[in-house]
Design a protein around this ligand. Sequence first.
Ligand code: ZN
Length: 205
Amino acid sequence: MALSRSEQMSRIHGEDTSPERLLCVALSQRGLAFDAHARTPVGRPDVVISGAQVAVFIDGCFWHGCPEHYVRPRTRTDFWSSKLVENTTRDRRQTAALELQGWRVVRAWEHEVFVALDDVVSRVVMAAQGGPVAHEDAWRVFRVDVLDADTDLERRHLVTLRDPQRETVVDAKRTTTKWKVPSPAAPPGSRRRPVVRLSPHNSEE
Ligand SMILES: [Zn+2]
């Protein structure tokens, strides 16, 4: 995915405010030993705690169908639709395969890392200590049908990763709020929580 200029600059200046980086810093502060993108029997999750067999995935709100922030694109709809199905199918397969091999899989939404970092950290720590994995990731958008193009009414099909039988639909107006990566970046080493903004978004602009 292409980076905006401010994102490029913040990478260059070492002010990486990606959700992966924020989570890794927070986990280090809790004294947790982990590896980023280490190999597991099923791919390379964002955070891996090999000893405790914990895999952590940070799912981008758009790419993985966050029920709060998925914005249905208006152009190249076939491409984006199949992308969403593809990603969800892979997430489901990955999660199931890891859990089948005794791994604990924590999936967090990108926005959770920004607005509820402590909660995400707690879930990872709990999983690392052998506790149950909370499934806050439960519903995700799998498909969106346009019901009425004039009023922007759409039908969102939501599924869960762990139970293929579960599915629900929500009729709503097309989302116009999009997750926005916080800016400006906190200074390196700062523990200040980033400012979070949900800004109106229109893909035609
Ligand atoms: Zn989200």
